[in-house]
Design a binder for this molecule. Structure first.
Ligand code: FAD
Length: 353
């Protein structure tokens, strides 16, 4: 039924795109079908505009499908995140990324070539240069997002399948979709799709750890070498964000708390955590200049502890594909691999594969 529904939706004008997969889809198209607006009833919905969702959506678009991407926040990037406040700027999610796969390398090469990323080696980091986004972390996803229909500030709250269609209850009203790629952290995917027995069983083995992140700007530029975070017992990473290329605001630092510390204090108030983490930073670094700004961000699902072990959880009978870093590991590269795998799986179902 899904295949037939897609066949009716695909319009011959889409066939200018020349993906091999799409070519295999063309014979399935109804010759009498006219164009149908994806704004009123999108046929493929991608939930999440992080690295996984945008990788999936970009590949679908390249194959001639026009997905609608639903994103609950106001911008792209997900955990490749940048917070701007009062002239200060902090990459408060992944501080930098590197490639561990061909998909990841292609993603970062494209970001470098389009000027959305550059290389950076953090002081004291012996692992060699990593990639940072320009002008902030979400720049790493800018190229993936080009040309996509993304609905921001829209949260998918419910997902129910009825009569061969997905009915998504969103904060901006209901959406009907024939196929869904959910590229969101595993616990959030479980909340939406865990009523399907297979989904909840397969997600039960995936675990993700939280992280509290401190963003602090000092009154003066402060370029002390970042200390080894381990002896603090509080932090897993301490970075001078202002030292990254293309950052104009001086004195901006980011410090990520360890998973055990973050778990122990998860429900504390953000302001209280900011104070507690500034005090811990002073203990780790010695006397600090006066702070101009200090904020704490709670990541409930920061890093994967236990991955699913497959690049995508695919439920072709339900036209549902679950993607995200957690499928393979804890890296942005894993998210890109997973998003691309989800797009391939979805296209294969559309083409009857
Ligand atoms: C503190 C921290 C440090 C990190 N350090 C590194 C590192 O050094 N190197 C590295 O490679 N990676 C690192 N990472 C991990 C990296 O950021 C992630 O692997 C990657 O960004 C995950 O991408 P994703 O698309 O799978 O998920 P996300 O980036 O989480 O994207 C999911 C998107 O879905 C949206 N969403 C969720 N639920 C809904 C809903 N119901 N409706 C609509 N939208 C929804 C979210 O708002 C989000 O934009 C770090 C992450 C954190 C938090």
């Amino acid at each position: 039924m899904v295949i037939m529904a897609f066949a009716a939706w695909l319009h011959p004008s889409n066939s200018v795109r020349s993906s091999a997969t799409f070519s295999r889809m063309v014979p399935l198209m109804s010759r009498t079908a006219g164009p149908r607006s994806s704004t009123t009833q999108p046929r493929v919905v991608v939930i999440g505009a992080g690295a996984a969702g945008l990788s999936a959506a970009a590949d679908l678009r390249a194959a001639g499908i026009a997905p609608v991407v639903i994103e609950k926040s106001r911008g792209i990037g997900g955990r490749l995140a940048t917070r701007r406040r009062d002239g200060a700027q902090f990459d408060h999610g992944a501080p930098s990324v590197s490639a561990v796969s061909e998909d990841g390398a292609a993603w970062l090469d494209a970001a470098m070539q389009s000027g959305h990323a550059t290389e950076w080696a953090a002081a004291g980091d012996t692992a060699g240069p990593q990639h940072v986004g320009l002008p902030g972390a979400s720049g790493l996803c800018r190229g993936l997002a080009e040309g996509l229909d993304i609905r921001f500030s829209t949260e998918v709250a419910t997902a129910r399948r009825k009569d061969g269609l997905w009915r998504l209850g969103t904060s901006a009203g209901d959406l009907v979709a024939e196929m869904v790629i959910a590229a969101i952290p595993a616990p959030q995917a479980d909340r939406l799709f865990g009523h399907l027995d297979r989904v909840s069983t397969e997600l039960a083995g995936v675990t993700m750890a939280p992280a509290w992140t401190l963003m602090v700007q000092f009154e003066a530029a402060f370029d002390a070498p970042p200390p080894d975070p381990a002896p603090s017992g509080v932090f897993s990473a301490i970075l001078c964000d202002s030292a990254k290329p293309g950052r104009d605001a001086p004195g901006c630092w980011v410090a990520h708390a360890t998973a055990p510390f973050s778990r122990a204090h998860l429900e504390r108030d953000r302001d209280e955590m900011a104070g507690m983490l500034v005090a811990a930073l002073a203990e780790a670094m010695g006397p600090l200049p006066p702070t101009r700004l200090a904020m704490a961000h709670r990541w409930r699902f920061a890093r994967t502890d236990t991955a699913a072990g497959l690049p995508v959880l695919a439920y072709p009978d339900d036209a549902l594909f679950l993607a995200g870093d957690w499928t393979l590991g804890a890296l942005a590269d894993h998210a890109v691999q997973s998003g691309r795998a989800a797009a391939r799986a979805a296209l294969s179902v559309m083409s009857g594969g």
